[in-house]
Design a binder for this molecule. Sequence first.
Ligand code: FMN
Length: 253
Amino acid sequence: MTKLDFSDILKYRRSIRKYTSRDIEEDLLDEILNLGCRSSTTGNMQLYSIIITRDIEIKKKLSPAHFNQKMVTEAPVVLTICADFNRFNKWCKLRNAEPGYDNFLSFMTAAIDALIVSQTICIAAEANGLGICYLGTTTYMAQKIIEILELPIGVVPVTTITLGWPADLPDQTDRLSLDAVIHHEIYKDYTTEVIESIYTEKEGRSDSKQFVKENNKETLAQVFTDVRYKKGDNVLFSKAFLKVIEDQGFMNQ
Ligand SMILES: Cc1cc2nc3c(=O)[nH]c(=O)nc-3n(C[C@H](O)[C@H](O)[C@H](O)COP(=O)(O)O)c2cc1C
């Protein structure tokens, strides 16, 4: 597999949810993970751990925690990326240093580190021709994942990436125009007119219209609020995740 031009990797990327049966060689995965771990990291502490799952039995256990999304059992490699202060705390205690990391800020710090390393791994994988897909279900079902992967106190799973050789090339998804997301110098709040102009284009796309129709909704926004990311689910999973953060030792102060 030849390496792709860097701009093209970013420009043409898309999430891949179907994979061939081809495995990912150990050396290639190591190279990708090494590149990922060159990411910036708070204070050079590397406050993350990456659990590699190749074993189909463990994938089958993880599958319900990811709402049975097929990628979990079909991808040759599943990576669970965790915010991890456990390793650092242990080192501090061994070296007569008192860790003060049992608080929400420290959780956020480790979660940010974990997400940065995740994205660099994704780019490195895509540069090598692999396909990736993030799984947001990790934060919804963190407690289940903690049990399956035997994560100790100080460790919280924050995202999952499935990795494999692409079995299809789905259409690229749209993005808002740069104007919609960029603010110059200070935040310029969105007027109704600007919101109209930003989202009218998205709503006018044939795939958006199809999405609204399939979900029996009147507007695209309703597909998000009433079907995909509902308030009830958000509240339920928020409460569960807050408990996980507390149980894993990040809310003691
Ligand atoms: C944090 C995060 C969680 C995601 N969770 C899921 C998921 O659970 N299932 C899925 O099929 N795609 C998931 N995705 C992929 C997004 O749906 C995808 O990135 C988005 O629709 C844009 O498509 P693209 O990546 O092909 O450009 C997730 C992406 C992110 C960043």
